[in-house]
Design a protein around this ligand. Structure first.
Ligand code: ADP
Ligand code: ZN
Length: 529
């Protein structure tokens, strides 16, 4: 049926208060809203939870015509529209989940001027019929949500977004507002060029989330480490645990339940009913833990998520930042905790090597992974590094793991030389390829079956690394990877030299390394208020 008509708002503040029930604008919302109402173009960067939606919803209520919102989050459109309708906003959507009758109804409402907001999946704009439909109605503004999807350099490029430049060509007088929660300076520039928003006003909110404590620990027994975190700091708290694979989501959720923790799985392989039920429980209940793939969280607006834990390395800082940003929207202390290990790097390199797309695409993925790795291995404040990635300067936060327990550094030059020499020796061996495990066994002088099979105990580097233990050698490998002094390729995670390796082998470059804590660093301050 038709939604009740809310009388068109006279001004922005009135719409904010009457329709959305809020007293005042937050941060730059008011400036953005007024700029768009006046017909200006805008590019808005605001962290997750910052309140981007109102920036286009309110101008759509105030301006004459229908606000057209392009969003890739098709699964959320129904919920978004339902919530708007409940508030008396006349909203509709067009995407591939609808049948023809549903689409026709929305189209008729649009043409009759009976909508304030129309949500569109980007692929709809590929069809001339949709453009024609928009041409026959009155569009008050175009909002382009998740605008980083237009950037090929970004972490979530979607080809359908490239066509959005056509909107401006066809409707040069309709204001456009592009919004995103993740954009480095390079991605921001690319958005501005591709969407022809060079003359738009840019609104860049601070990306700092001071109440989130960032911690990154070496992974040894991830489920146990997670359990320790939950028991000691987050008992009874709601939180999200991210895993890379569905299988690992299932296993981790089972493990937590066995340990008496209220946890449910969430991934795209579960049927829609289970997914919806688990999500609804998470939103409704106080202390539920959702173990999920990154499919979970888009558009989830739960204020009291006290921790976000990653059991696997995220593919990019952008993704990591977006996922951790789901913690602590209420402003109370929260934890972003990540456990990562060498295996993560090997696995992700393999995924990049075998990914579809051209070399440029693979190079981009590799650059994203490298940035993530260097965040993991930094001896600097995590927050300083995170914000710098998004082009924002800051001072050490005093609240992340490296600020609370500054990692000692040591001169890893000799260790690096030993390890790189072993890589060189193995490379000369009949083109055989070996991963980190074999190299470490050789350095430690272990006569494993595989070492004996390949006569590796006869190499000059056999047993030259007994001053470090296995975990420490794996740390050396990780840090060399993070510093670009070593690379990994192929199905077996073969270690190979980089152009820069020669400087270390030749004694022209020192290699500072971060000392690994014997045990995962414990925060000095509990995350609980
Ligand atoms: P984003 O899209 O930037 O992640 P949302 O638009 O979903 O953020 O807003 C996050 C939350 O903040 C929502 O619950 C929203 O209703 C609330 N919010 C936004 N603006 C205001 C405001 N001015 N006053 C109070 N709450 C607000
Ligand atoms: Zn810090």
């Amino acid at each position: 049926g038709r939604a009740p008509r809310a009388p068109r708002a006279e001004n922005a503040l009135e719409a904010l208060q009457r329709v959305f029930g809020y007293d005042a604008f937050r941060g730059e919302q008011q400036e953005i809203v007024e700029h768009v109402i006046a017909g200006g173009d805008a590019l808005v960067l605001m962290p997750t939870g910052g309140g981007k939606s109102l920036c286009y919803q309110i101008p759509a209520l105030v301006r004459e015509g229908v606000g057209v919102v392009v969003s890739p989050l098709i699964a959320l459109m129904q919920d978004q529209v339902d919530a708007l309708r409940a508030a008396g906003v006349r909203a509709g959507f067009l995407n591939s989940t609808q049948d023809l009758d549903e689409r026709r109804l929305v189209e008729a409402e649009f043409l009759a001027g009976e909508l304030d907001l129309l949500y569109l999946a980007p692929e709809r704009l590929r069809s001339e019929a949709t453009l024609d439909l928009l041409g026959r109605g009155t569009v008050s503004l175009f909002a382009i949500d998740e605008a980083h999807c237009v950037a090929q350099w970004g972490h979530d490029f979607r080809p359908d977004y490239l066509q959005l430049s056509a909107l401006h060509e066809r409707w040069p007088d309709v204001p456009r507002i592009a919004l995103t929660a993740t954009a480095t300076a390079a991605v921001r520039d690319e958005i501005a060029v591709r969407l022809d928003l060079k003359d738009a006003r840019h609104f860049v909110a601070s990306f700092d989330r001071p109440n989130i404590q960032y911690r990154i620990v070496p992974k040894n027994d991830p489920r146990k480490q997670l359990l320790e975190l939950l028991r000691t700091e987050h008992a009874g708290d709601a939180g999200i645990v991210y895993c890379l694979s569905r299988a690992s989501v299932e296993k981790t959720a089972e493990f937590l339940v066995k340990q008496g923790i209220d946890a449910v799985p969430y991934h795209a392989g579960l049927d829609a009913g289970t997914r919806a039920a688990n999500q609804a429980r998470f939103l409704r209940e106080d202390g539920l833990v959702v173990v999920a793939t990154i499919a979970f969280g888009m558009g989830i607006d739960k204020p009291d998520v006290r921790f976000v834990a990653h059991l696997d390395l995220p593919k990019s800082i952008e993704g990591y930042y977006q996922e951790t940003g789901r913690a602590g929207r209420d402003g109370l202390p929260s934890t972003a905790w990540l456990a990562y290990g060498l295996q993560d790097v090997v696995q992700q390199r393999k995924m990049i090597d075998t990914s579809e797309g051209d070399d440029t695409h693979r190079r981009r993925l590799a650059a994203h992974l490298d940035a993530m790795l260097s965040l993991c291995e930094t001896v600097e404040c995590r927050r300083v590094r995170l914000l710098a990635h998004f082009g924002q300067e800051s001072t050490p936060c005093g609240n992340c793991d490296t600020c609370l327990t500054p990692p000692e550094s040591w001169d890893g030059t000799v260790a690096a030389q030993k390890l790189l020499s072993a890589v060189v020796r193995l490379k000369r061996e009949r083109g055989q390829k070996f991963g980190a495990g074999q190299i470490v066994d050789i350095l430690l002088g272990r006569k494993t079956a595989k070492v004996i099979q390949f006569d590796h105990d006869a190499l000059s580097v056999f047993g030259i690394g007994t001053e470090l233990n296995e975990a420490q050698w794996r740390g050396v490998v990780r840090q060399l990877l993070a510093q670009g002094l070593l690379a990994v390729e192929g199905d077996y995670g073969t270690l190979v030299l980089t152009d820069a390796s020669a400087q270390v082998l030749g004694g022209h470059r020192k290699v500072p390394m971060r000392r690994e804590p014997e045990r995962p660093a414990r925060a000095a301050r509990s995350a609980k208020p």
